[in-house]
Design a binder for this molecule. Structure first.
Ligand SMILES: Nc1ncnc2c1ncn2[C@@H]1O[C@H](COP(=O)(O)OP(=O)(O)O)[C@@H](O)[C@H]1O
Ligand SMILES: [Mg+2]
Length: 253
């Protein structure tokens, strides 16, 4: 296969049920390096479920996930992260009781010496604090304290930490589930800039948002889910914004 045309992520006929709720009904999508793919849909359409299936939170009931063309079993969030998939979740973006640095390196802990097997290495919390502070500074994320649990921080600060963390560790796919929902205008701009940076670095970025302005500004393609089914795919621009909204809510354009 031509590597340039191989999607870094492909979902084929994904099926997911929660008891009587059929949350994903044969959803397929492809995401390519260096693009922002908007994943759109009304509340309950299945967006977060799809993200969680790709990030190893839920197993699929049917269908497959391919990374760089190879079928991959993402049996846990840690396995997905090791495979290069970073996720900013809508609900559980951070661990409340941990500091920003601990949140940053959760699953990517800095441990020494590197030649020992993982389980025998010593975690370096000082190295993690130092690195996290450096990264947050580079990304211009201002936090009052780096050593307080994130439970004490505002929604915007928490979201900024979660997005910053994804920017550092992503190397294939980054999924952001409503990353600006809790943010003001200025903080949103910062997150949009980080998303553009992730794309420029060659990641496939999957962005869930209800903000059509952000979609038109940033997304190279959009996929629309409705009641667990993919109902449309198009290149968003100002001219077809109405059509896009009609697809989302299920009305005639
Ligand atoms: N853990 C769960 N248990 C039971 N039902 C769920 C669970 N997660 C999601 N659902 C249901 O699956 C459907 C899709 O939800 P979700 O993926 O969260 O939608 P969206 O993110 O598009 O708003 C909804 O009907 C929701 O109630
Ligand atoms: Mg959701």
């Amino acid at each position: 296969m031509n590597p340039a045309s191989t999607p870094v992520l492909a979902v084929r006929h994904a099926e997911k049920r929660f008891g009587a709720v059929h949350a994903l009904k044969g959803v397929s999508l492809e995401a390519f390096r260096g693009e922002v793919l908007a994943l759109l849909g009304d509340n309950g359409a299945g967006k977060s479920t799809l993200v969680k299936c790709i990030s190893g939170v839920y197993p699929l009931d049917g269908g497959a996930i391919l990374l760089d063309g190879e079928a991959t079993a993402l049996y846990s969030p840690a396995a997905a992260r090791r495979a290069g998939i970073e996720t900013v979740y809508q609900d559980l973006a951070l661990f409340d009781n941990l500091t920003p640095a601990q949140n940053f390196y959760c699953g990517h802990e800095i441990a020494f010496p590197s030649w020992l097997p993982r389980g025998l290495r010593i975690l370096s919390s000082r190295a993690m604090d130092r690195e996290a502070a450096h990264v947050l500074e580079r990304l211009k994320v201002n936090l009052p304290k780096l050593d307080a649990p994130v439970a004490l921080m505002s929604g915007g600060q928490r979201q900024a930490i979660a997005v910053a963390r994804a920017t550092v560790f992503a190397h294939k796919v980054v999924m952001l589930d409503e990353p600006t929902a809790a943010l003001g205008v200025r903080e949103s701009r910062k997150v949009l800039a980080l998303i553009a940076q992730l794309r420029a670095e060659g990641n496939a970025v999957i962005l869930i948002t209800h903000n059509m302005e952000h979609v038109v500004e940033l997304a190279d393609r959009a996929i629309v889910l409705r009641q667990g089914r993919k109902v449309g795919e198009l290149k968003p621009d100002r001219a077809n914004q109405k059509e896009l909204v009609a697809l989302i809510v299920g009305a005639e354009a």
